[in-house]
Design a protein around this ligand. Sequence first.
Ligand SMILES: CC(C)(COP(=O)(O)OP(=O)(O)OC[C@H]1O[C@@H](n2cnc3c(N)ncnc32)[C@H](O)[C@@H]1OP(=O)(O)O)[C@@H](O)C(=O)NCCC(=O)NCCS
Length: 186
Amino acid sequence: MEITAHSHTGEAMFTMLTDGSKVEIRAIAAQDASMLQAFVRRLSARSRHFRFFSAVVELPMALLERLVNQDHRRGLALVALSEQQGNPFIIAEARCVLDEAERTAEFAVAVADEFQRRGLGIELLKTLVTYASKKGVRRLFGEILADNQPMVALARRGGFQIQTNDLDRRTVIASIVPPGSDAASE
Ligand SMILES: CC(C)(COP(=O)(O)OP(=O)(O)OC[C@H]1O[C@@H](n2cnc3c(N)ncnc32)[C@H](O)[C@@H]1OP(=O)(O)O)[C@@H](O)C(=O)NCCC(=O)NCCS
């Protein structure tokens, strides 16, 4: 799936999940605030805890605003959408925030509970790796709660290395040198 170039222009791309359902993937937009809030509310308490590291039930307004107003020069934020009776709703969110000075980027991803294990998480993660690679990122990483087995398994599946986090023992760090990055040949 080649969605990074198009997502900058707001153009939507489509992918098919392993169960055959069709999903739209596009860059997040300011008008997605209420749909993103609904997505977060629908997540199980466990998934919300794993994504936000806290017991949030819904996102505080300031955070919601920040998440839907991703500066395209500073990263990529994607949403995946399904629809029911013609009404679209968000079923996943994935982002990658660039630190251009350090040439690193941090990712986060969440898939609606009822759409998990259908290949969407790995598709989104691979898209972020491709994006990071194109941006010249030398290290793409994510902080994962140590008991978040699904995300650790997903990261491993995506080629990430998992290391303990000396700064916070509750978490582990998944990291990858994006293929094609000049750090890959060092
Ligand atoms: C982690 C998460 C994003 C995975 O998304 P997903 O769409 O279910 O993942 P995929 O279907 O693409 O899974 C790809 C592979 O990852 C591994 N994996 C994913 N979920 C797994 C689970 N629950 N148990 C074991 N392995 C798992 C498997 O190898 C899987 O391949 P398989 O289904 O062919 O065995 C999803 O569980 C989620 O959103 N969790 C809550 C939020 C969260 O933890 N975010 C991470 C914050 S950093």
